[in-house]
Design a protein around this ligand. Structure first.
Ligand code: HEM
Length: 448
């Protein structure tokens, strides 16, 4: 079967170029080969990028039995565990997903906003005029704290710090993917697999202790953190989640939700500081009590700087995608960044213009930073709420200036797109806290 044309360079050349300048390479290939093209990468092999919203809709909806997304994540199982929703496919994936989704929806999600604001205010409160910060690093601190409280339900600073050290020690170990599978189970202290497994044991001990402690808590029925909700959840057969499943999903939510959200926030701050008109408008609207522009800033940031450039589906049977007959085994990449930069969908696609989302909101298959269908990001609502609340706190609390004259170039770290310098800023001044509105003459507040 003929594959769509694409870059002819070797897999190693493509991989090196892509990791240095992922957005430019992708958009360059799109310009040259169109909205469907084939690439070859080291580790990931041959894959077909698709930037046609209709073809992506067909991939995301309907019968998914011949489309696997978990299998490509199999190497993550060493850290996340075999029950992680990210590495599963088929009925087991759906079971975990159905258990995980409810805590991130509706009123439960709204209840997380005050908690996010509290964490953000504590962080931004430490930013002193004259100091220089790397926003991405500061945001990693914030997004970890939010997950610890909202998802794990852990508040005590000492326990938060213990979890932070143990879990990030494990998650930040990207080299895990380079360890050959046969060495991963090693118990020896002197092998990379053994070294990693010891880190995993330390993190697991803490997590299992948190799970056991929560089970015993007398107020378990009243608590609304995600772990407590998962402990009370039952699947369609009435079965609860086991401790191993809980451990694996807690790790997965941290791994999937901590770095991605902090990177999204770093991009947002970087883009706002390099687009002063957008920053001024945001500040004015927030002062007037209007949130629509804030939400548009978040949406536009995730459009122009999607943290994940593409999702992935492995074909388990031959399939026609965007008019191409593709063979079994091939990987198809719904091209998030490619769709987001199509000039026919987003005029002047390289300009940061939050206004574009004010008249018309984001549409499902043309705005897809969180993927779609039965694999759509479980934390999408939390991530957007977090980005909005943290930006609100920053913009209202401090005046920042960018250290660099141009927006940070986008590079690849692991599988995410990140700002190369982490969005470096200088704190110019603290802004006075907003005063409460004066009481109206004649209102009954004066009578008390
Ligand atoms: C800006 C922040 C985030 C971005 C850009 C992002 C993006 C994504 C993307 C692109 C996928 C794959 C979707 C697909 O294959 O169609 C995904 C999956 C997932 N994300 Fe997120 N994510 C973010 C934050 C979060 C947060 C905060 C959490 C949890 C607390 C989370 C948990 C997950 C999980 C569990 C999955 C796997 C879903 C499944 O396989 O069924 N993510 N995310």
């Amino acid at each position: 079967m003929a594959l769509p044309p694409g870059p002819t360079g070797s897999a190693s050349i493509n991989t090196v170029r892509f990791s240095r300048r992922p957005l430019e390479m992708l958009l360059g290939w799109q310009k040259r080969y169109g909205n469907v093209f084939t690439t070859r990468f080291l580790v990931f092999g041959t894959g077909v990028y698709v930037a046609e919203p209709e073809a992506i809709r067909e991939l995301f909806t309907g019968d998914q039995s011949d489309l696997h997304a978990g299998e490509a994540n199999a190497p993550l199982a060493g850290v996340l565990g075999d029950h992680s929703v990210l590495v599963l496919d088929g009925p087991e994936h759906l079971r975990q997903r159905k258990l995980l989704l409810p805590p991130f929806q509706g009123a439960r999600l709204s209840a997380m906003r005050p908690l996010i604001r509290e964490v953000a205010e504590a962080e931004v409160g430490t930013w002193q005029p004259g100091s220089e910060l790397r926003i991405r690093d500061r945001m990693r601190q914030v997004t970890f704290d939010v997950i610890c409280r909202a998802v794990f339900g852990v508040y005590e600073p000492e326990r938060v710090e213990r979890l932070r050290t143990a879990m990030l020690n494990l998650i930040d170990t990207q080299s895990f993917f380079l360890i050959p599978e046969r060495l991963r189970d090693s118990k020896s202290r002197f092998t990379p697999g053994g070294w990693l497994n010891r880190r995993r044991e330390v993190a697991d001990r803490l997590l299992y202790a948190e799970i056991a402690r929560r089970r015993e808590q007398p107020d378990l029925e009243q608590r609304d953190d995600v772990l407590s909700l998962l402990l009370r959840a039952r699947d369609e057969q009435g079965r609860p989640m086991s401790d191993v499943e809980l451990r694996d999903e807690l790790f997965t939510m941290l791994a999937a939700g901590h770095e991605t959200t902090s990177t999204g926030l770093a991009f947002a701050v970087d883009l706002l500081l390099h687009n002063p008109a957008a920053l001024d408008r945001l500040r004015d609207e927030l002062e007037a009590g209007e949130d629509a522009y804030l939400d548009a800033v978040v949406t536009e940031t995730l459009r122009i700087r999607p943290v994940i450039d593409a999702t992935e589906r492995t074909l388990k049977a031959p399939r026609t995608v965007a008019g191409w007959d593709l063979p079994e085994g091939i990987r198809v990449y719904p091209g998030i960044a490619l769709v987001h930069h199509r000039a026919d969908l987003y005029p002047e696609p390289d300009r940061f213009r939050p206004e574009r989302f004010l008249e018309e909101g984001a549409r499902s298959y043309t705005w897809l930073p969180f993927g779609g269908g039965i694999r759509r990001c479980i934390g999408a609502g939390l991530a957007q709420a977090e980005m909005a609340e943290v930006l609100r706190t920053i913009v209202s609390g401090v005046e920042l200036e960018a250290v660099r004259p141009e927006p940070d170039p986008v590079v690849l770290r692991g599988i995410t797109l990140v700002p190369r310098h982490g969005a470096q800023v200088r704190v110019r001044a603290r802004r006075p806290a907003a005063q409460p509105e004066p009481a109206l003459a004649g209102s009954n507040s004066g009578a008390r």
